[in-house]
Design a protein around this ligand. Structure first.
Ligand SMILES: [Zn+2]
Ligand SMILES: [Zn+2]
Length: 288
């Protein structure tokens, strides 16, 4: 499988595909009438799999900067690492992160830092591996960086019920038990080229990576956007946004910044990098 690779100054970024599903647009965006999607289905056919169905990717990003190898999110996971995942989120889909990591030329042991944009189940699926010997971290040399506000929000039995299974016990509490979890607040530098920045709304502790190298800029943004249409329709609310108003504010703030800085952008549920362009005054996603 060909791997998308993007270079931002001296930083190398590989898109590592974990999984893909088809989801009805009316389930992802219950307040948006189905006919409002038509112009985006025409403009971005690759993002849809039918008249009312969007292709939802589960992508991870491997970032190399200044000798550090950073994995952004760990995807949907598999029934081995996370027994509930394939049934409840992925509709029977098994994540393929590890084999795609390998075919891109990397091993799990190459990862220095696992950066978790937020702590929803489809972004932490491969955190932990289970075998007869017990549970262990899937990326044995990595520290795992997550956000304190997401930890505080989801570390309750109630929130496991939202997704129908206890992803938290499967994928997050083991990190704490094994002593590899680092919870951060505010801006946090990962290398001098890469900074984690707060982009809350989708979840309270959602973070993005701001990458600046040799005069070039990019943002990897987790679930600030769910597909290219939201670059134009930034007030469309995604079903799982925890604080929809704040999510809209964050989306608009990031669009202003990406446009002003002429930055590249990537998200987790649509594949590849894009830029923000203007057509007749409106913003649109343009794939790079
Ligand atoms: Zn999410
Ligand atoms: Zn997600």
């Amino acid at each position: 499988m060909a791997h998308i690779k993007q270079t931002i100054g001296n930083v190398e970024i590989f898109v590592i595909h974990d999984a893909e599903i088809a989801l009805p647009v009316t389930r992802s965006f219950p307040d948006v009438p189905v006919e409002a999607w038509a112009p985006y289905q025409e403009r971005f056919p690759e993002a849809f799999s039918g008249a009312d169905s969007m292709r939802v990717h589960f992508e991870c990003y491997l970032v190399r900067s200044q000798g550090q190898t950073i994995l952004v999110d760990t995807g949907l996971g598999s029934s081995n690492t996370n027994p509930g995942t394939v049934i409840n989120v992925g509709g029977g889909t098994e994540g393929e992160l590890l084999s795609h990591l390998q075919s891109a030329g990397f091993q799990a042991s190459d990862i220095d830092t696992v950066f978790l944009t937020h702590l929803h189940p489809d972004h932490v699926g491969w955190n932990v591996t289970r075998s007869d010997a017990g549970e262990s971290v899937t990326f044995p040399k990595a520290r795992y960086v997550g956000n304190q506000a997401d930890w505080d929000a989801f570390d309750t039995p109630k929130d496991s019920e939202v997704f129908g299974y206890d992803w938290w016990a499967d994928t997050m509490t083991p990190l704490k038990r094994l002593g590899v979890l680092e919870l951060v607040t505010g801006e946090t530098q990962l290398t001098s080229e890469i900074t984690a920045i707060p982009t809350p709304g989708h979840t309270p502790g959602s973070m993005s990576l701001a990458i600046t190298s040799a005069g070039e800029k990019a943002f990897i943004m987790g679930d600030v956007f769910h597909g290219p249409a939201q670059v134009t329709e930034s007030d469309w609310v995604f079903h799982y946004d925890v604080d929809p108003d704040l999510a809209v504010q964050t989306r608009n703030r990031m669009l202003d910044r990406i446009e002003a800085e002429n930055a590249a952008m990537a998200v987790c549920h649509h594949s590849g990098f894009g830029r923000v362009i203007r057509v007749e005054g409106r913003r649109y996603w343009q794939a790079m």
